[in-house]
Design a protein around this ligand. Sequence first.
Ligand code: FMN
Length: 229
Amino acid sequence: MINASGRVTRSVTRQLTARFADGWRARQPSAEIIARDVGVHPPLPVDEAWIAAAFATSESRSAEMQEALALSDALSDEIVRADAIVLGVPMYNFGMPGQLKSYIDQIVRIGRTFAFDLTAADPYLPLLESKPVIIVISAGDGSVHPGGALAHLNFLEPHLQTILGFIGLTDLHFVRVGYDEYQDDRFAQSIGAAQVTLEGILDRLTTRTPSPGQADLTPLPMPATLAVA
Ligand SMILES: Cc1cc2nc3c(=O)[nH]c(=O)nc-3n(C[C@H](O)[C@H](O)[C@H](O)COP(=O)(O)O)c2cc1C
């Protein structure tokens, strides 16, 4: 579970990711939940030392270089270890909060979460195994969401889709809340709809259907580890 809101007590996205984590626990009490709060504890932006270390080969890294990448190692390990990820993201200035961008810059790393071959026609290779990523987005306006009158201002979803896909996370499920700034019926309705959607996602993940041709038709157990940032 990853939370990116700068708000703590009144956060719409935090309420929904917490509800999702509770639903996960209720369905599988032994599940491990990894909680990463980048909204309150944002990673530092990448700097000269980080960049030099990330682009050095692993064999040539000094102890200082390894230290510069320690947080990036820990954050990307969490993503690898998780069976599913729920990410709470408020829209800030039509994009993602700076805190989340700092987090993304830490986990998108050459040789660890993606590779590239500049001589190839398609130079980029994602290195992460795909897993469900549930992205809860809340916005002050509601028409910035897909299909809305201001959807052309939404740089948040395309950016998340691009950068998560770049490292291999393509199984994205967007759950949207709108009109937080209006606090009217539309806001109440969108919160209610988001809750229903999240319950549906939890149920689907709990009883994942086997792919066609798979001999064993018993439902697969729910993934155990949920990464919450
Ligand atoms: C710094 C800041 C920038 C915001 N920018 C936008 C925006 O560009 N578009 C929008 O619809 N809402 C914007 N909002 C409103 C938030 O997206 C909205 O309140 C959302 O519900 C916050 O999520 P949270 O409750 O989880 O923090 C902004 C809020 C803040 C604090």
